[in-house]
Ligand binder design. Structure first.
Ligand code: NOJ
Length: 541
């Protein structure tokens, strides 16, 4: 039996080391996460995505793994992981984990054995006797990473690394490596996870483009999916695949490859639209969204643990977003992105932050929320690269925002202690009990989203004839009709919806400050500056 729970889910992403520290060592841990499941449950999310939590030298926030079958001792033990996942399941929360198999840390025993020419591991990585001519091309972290090939003295050859030089790419073309990847997946499935967020999917399959043992790149995704479904029917693969829309269906297959793909191009248009206060960049993009298999799904998001990658925008569009949200060089990263949190980019303006959250939740796909954005946390630009957006969760106005009893300088990353986004001002404890808080607003929005399977399952129609600043989407599915309206501009607008609403009764789902002109048959709706509303349309009595 197919279990398509992910079509109408809300995913909450957690970095365990930054969530809650219970043993006072300055590093968040699984016990802390288990203690704070209340927060996630109250928010209304029903699936937790854990960033990598495996043993690691931690030179890329855990995306540099030295053991796929363990837990970073700073975060707890495997026993603590199981306790946490059990507690999550008791509350009806699913857990998915990051599967980082494009590369390992160079400290991984497999790489150490490979560089020594160990017969079993010799071909587990991508080696070359000569430095390839294109070694300086395709670096992912320009400014920090110089090349994609580095010389290894012990082996006397160059190894390939798509990312940092301490992350050697596994040789996916080697069947023994693929078998090991299955073993890793099977292991975590057996421990109760509901699937994987798969890191760097286009780079995982690129090795298979070379003539090899007959497996083609996308066939490998089918192979992975088959294994996954055999082991656990409800399990999903959520892919980090920043690919153009016309390639997406290669990754979805006929519904037999990836379940979900992060819609990176949409995310970029979303920030362009927010920067302009003009919704057309989003509306136009949605009109060109390709059809995908019924069992496939987009994953939508505002921010994540990385920089906002604006690489798919035209140069002048990217400059517009930089000017609006990351004007200083220190806010930009890798010549393509912005390393800031949502609330900070939107100047802490709660109307605008809530509207952005609402807009994201109304887009086609399954929403993914980066921890802390639900309370409007800020960033710390003094931290290097993407660490800026990974500061400890702010629970209380007390020491370290209630994250840890350690000295601030001993915390995994420095808690934000100064300025308008400091834990004195922005903390979950205060927001939990304040019905006007961003947390409470996000809660209401998530409740609305989960009550609209039309969005998870249907295709949006971009409503025409609305003011340029507005994104108006109509979803119809199994007889249900939902209209979502967002005003991206700093001034009120009036929207004529008569051609969509017809004779239907209009039931506002959020009451977020709209003004419906009843005299004109509910079809003229006024939205405040940065106003928004979701309307259920039902046949009039
Ligand atoms: C994508 C992850 O999101 C990012 O944080 C990481 O640095 C790279 N993959 C390499 O694993």
């Amino acid at each position: 039996m197919l279990n398509l729970w992910y079509k109408n889910a809300v995913i909450y992403c957690v970095d365990v080391d930054a969530f809650l520290d219970t043993d006072g060592d300055g590093v968040g841990d699984f016990q802390g996460l288990a203690d704070r499941l209340d927060h996630i449950e109250a928010l209304g999310a029903d699936c937790i995505w854990l960033l990598p939590f495996y043993p690691t030298p931690d030179r890329d926030n855990g995306y540099d793994i030295t053991d796929y079958y363990g837990v970073d001792p700073r975060l707890g033990t495997l026993g603590n992981f199981v306790e946490f996942s059990n507690a999550a399941r008791d509350r009806g929360l699913r857990v998915i984990v990051d599967l980082v198999v494009n590369h390992t840390s160079i400290d991984h025993p497999w790489f150490q054995a490979s560089r020594e020419g160990h017969p079993k591991y010799r071909d587990w990585y991508v080696w070359s006797k000569e430095k390839p001519e294109d070694a300086d091309k395709g670096v992912i972290f320009p400014g920090v990473q110089e090349s994609t090939w580095t010389f290894d003295r012990k082996r006397g050859e160059y190894y390939f690394h798509r990312f940092y030089k301490h992350q050697a790419d596994l040789n996916i073309a080697n069947p023994a490596v693929r078998e090991e990847i299955q073993r890793i997946m099977g292991y975590w499935l057996q421990l109760g996870v509901s699937g994987f967020r798969i890191d760097a999917v286009p780079f995982i399959i690129e090795d298979l483009k070379k003539p090899g043992d007959g497996l083609t790149p996308y066939d490998y995704l089918t192979e992975m999916r088959q294994f996954l479904s055999w082991r656990r029917a409800e399990a999903i693969m959520l892919a980090e695949a920043n690919v153009p829309m016309d390639q997406a269906n290669d990754y979805f297959g006929d519904g037999d490859r990836l379940n979900l793909i992060f819609n990176f191009p949409l995310n970029q248009k979303l920030f362009l639209a927010l920067a302009r206060g003009d919704g057309r960049a989003v509306g136009d993009f949605l009109k060109g969204l390709p059809d995908i298999p019924l069992v496939g799904q987009w994953a939508t998001f505002l921010r994540n643990h990385d920089e906002i990658d604006l690489g798919r925008l035209a140069d002048d569009e990217r400059q517009e977003v930089f000017a609006a949200f990351g004007p200083e060089k220190s806010m930009q990263l890798y010549d393509r992105g912005i390393r800031r949190r949502l609330a900070a980019m939107l100047g802490g303006d709660e109307r605008r932050i809530a509207m952005a959250m609402s807009l994201m939740l109304s887009l086609p796909g399954t929403p993914v929320i980066w921890y802390g954005d639900e309370i409007g946390m800020g960033d710390n630009l003094d931290l290097p690269e993407r660490q800026a957006v990974r500061t400890p969760m702010q629970w209380t106005p007390g020491k370290n925002g209630g994250f840890s009893s350690a000295r601030p300088q001993d915390c995994v990353r420095l808690p934000i202690a100064d300025g308008p986004f400091s834990y004195a001002h922005v903390h979950a404890m205060g927001q939990h009990v304040d019905p006007a808080s961003l947390f409470a607003t996000t809660q209401r929005l998530i409740r609305a989203r989960r009550s609209c399977p039309e969005i998870g399952w249907g295709q949006p129609q971009v409503v025409s004839g609305t003011p340029a600043s507005v994104v108006a989407l109509l979803y119809e599915w199994r007889g249900g009709r939902v209209l979502t309206l967002h005003n991206l501009a700093d001034s009120p607008v009036e929207i004529d919806c008569s051609h969509v609403v017809g004779d239907d009764a209009v039931r506002p789902m959020l009451q977020a400050g709209i003004d419906i002109d009843r005299a004109s048959n509910h079809s003229r709706i006024r939205l405040a500056a940065y106003g928004y509303e979701w309307l259920r349309l039902e046949p009039a009595d």
